[in-house]
Design a protein around this ligand. Structure first.
Ligand SMILES: CC(C)(COP(=O)(O)OP(=O)(O)OC[C@H]1O[C@@H](n2cnc3c(N)ncnc32)[C@H](O)[C@@H]1OP(=O)(O)O)[C@@H](O)C(=O)NCCC(=O)NCCS
Length: 425
């Protein structure tokens, strides 16, 4: 079936989470994604394993809709295979540590020379230049350095990492936008280009509204925050709404760790909330009549809402509050989500068969295209498609593939110099 990215071939050297997030989305959108792995495989295949000797969920949930080929890029014959693959792909992707690709002899200049039409997409922690360029990065490093951790957490607690993987997956989604833009530009110019996303930059982009607050502080305290005293940087906001309306997470019955509902007290819904929780008297209480006084008295307001919430479960409250048009959302645990009817209806949790694992759950595609419906296909086993790809894409004969194999192009240890006989020299 024709898909949005049918006809686009991606050579995906990415590993761990940031890059694979992007290439998995490209695969789901219809691109032919060839995951090129070292002979030992993407390191996540073996990380956080829950079933002995089977690919981990860390790997299988980030590498669906891809084919896998193993190539030893430190082996001369492996380099030759890589060069041939670059010639017949539209996009090449990587998120190695700083300098890795250059050491392998495949930086942007070299790849561009091999295929001037190729789009090369790269993720680094901090980009290719500047004082931090040489540093490696993981999710929480990017959250720490991009402004997320300093603005997340309890008002008087330590900086806190958010569970949403904004450094890794967030950067992957940014990279997807960059790749698609570069492919569209290529349609006009015929030229490829280098697309670079730094994790720190992407986290900053996702923290944009915190820089709004950073500048507003110069002109006085920020009334939507429940703290009273400000320094000269955006503070942690706990569960304060951070927008133009007051909001907070309110504890519900029976008081478990996720028995909360997030309530936004929109200006025009306050009279309805007040009537529902405290009757006509509360609706005209001068402490709360408009958002300005409500901000000043917000603790008293949250106490009243909290007293009401404590008599209901989060699901009862969701119904009660939605009936009077109050924007609200129960805090949903992972268990709530995988069992949720709405989530299931939107195909946001899918069950996939896997030859080593049996069935496993994956998150569905959050991008819904009416003419390119998503179909999620299980992740490949290590090197599952090596021969198929070499044969089908590069036209390599079986005997040549065998020779490459014997020369160490797909195996762990590079062959000794005297064992290396380039067949096609
Ligand atoms: C994630 C990260 C910290 C991991 O660091 P690491 O495990 O030390 O891995 P690196 O990427 O630095 O190095 C990979 C090594 O594997 C080798 N390798 C990778 N693919 C290979 C292949 N197909 N054949 C042979 N060798 C291969 C590289 O040559 C490199 O070896 P070298 O150090 O001898 O040059 C690092 O890759 C990084 O900072 N990436 C950019 C930021 C990022 O994406 N982080 C988020 C990850 S979720």
């Amino acid at each position: 079936m024709d898909k949005a990215l049918s006809g686009i071939r991606v050579l995906d050297m990415t590993h761990v989470q940031a890059g694979p997030t992007c290439s998995q989305l490209m695969g789901i959108l219809g691109a032919d994604v060839i995951k090129l792995e070292p002979p030992t495989g993407d390191v996540t295949r073996k990380q956080l394993r829950d079933i002995p000797d089977a690919d981990s969920l860390y790997f299988t949930m980030l590498n669906c809709n891809k084919r896998s080929i193993t190539v030893n890029l430190k082996n001369p014959m492996g380099k030759e295979v890589f060069t041939d693959l670059v010639k017949c792909c539209d996009v090449v992707m990587e998120n190695f540590g700083p300098g890795v690709l250059e050491r392998l002899g495949f930086g942007w200049q070299q790849v561009h020379k091999i295929n001037p039409k190729i789009v090369m997409a790269s993720i680094k922690g901090f980009g290719n230049e500047g004082p931090y360029a040489k540093f490696k990065a993981y999710e929480n490093v990017a959250q720490a350095m991009g402004g997320s951790m300093s603005t997340t957490g309890a008002l008087d607690g330590p900086p806190t990492a958010t569970g949403a993987q904004i450094g890794d997956s967030g950067t992957g989604v940014h990279l997807l936008a960059g790749i698609l833009a570069a492919l569209i530009q290529r349609q006009r110019t015929g030229r490829g280009q280098f697309v670079e996303c730094a994790m720190m930059d992407c986290v900053m982009n996702l923290c944009r509204v915190k820089f709004r607050d950073h500048q507003r502080i110069e002109r006085g305290p920020l009334p939507e925050y429940s703290i009273q005293e400000f320094d000269d940087f955006a503070p942690r906001a706990a569960n304060d709404s951070g927008g133009g309306q007051l909001g907070n997470a309110v504890l519900c019955k029976p008081g478990g760790p996720n028995d909360y509902i997030y309530v936004v007290v929109q200006e025009h819904v306050w009279p309805a909330i007040a009537k529902r929780i405290g009757g006509e008297d509360l609706a005209v209480d001068v402490r709360f009549t408009d958002i300005n006084v409500r901000r000043k008295n917000q603790q008293a307001m949250w106490n009243l809402i909290g007293e009401f919430a404590g008599q209901h479960t989060k699901w009862e409250l969701m119904e009660i509050l939605n009936e009077i048009d109050v924007p609200c959302g129960p805090i949903m645990s992972t268990k709530d989500l995988v069992n949720d009817e709405h989530v299931a209806l939107r195909d946001m949790v899918v069950s996939l068969p896997h030859p080593e694992r049996g069935e496993f759950l994956n998150i569905g595609c959050p991008i819904k295209l009416s003419d390119s419906p998503a179909e999620i296909v299980r992740s490949p086993l290590l090197g599952e498609h090596t021969d198929e790809i070499l044969n089908e894409l590069l036209g390599y004969e079986d005997s040549h593939i065998q020779h490459l194999r014997e020369s160490g192009a797909f195996t762990k240890s590079p062959p000794k110099a005297e064992e290396y006989h380039p067949l096609r020299a």
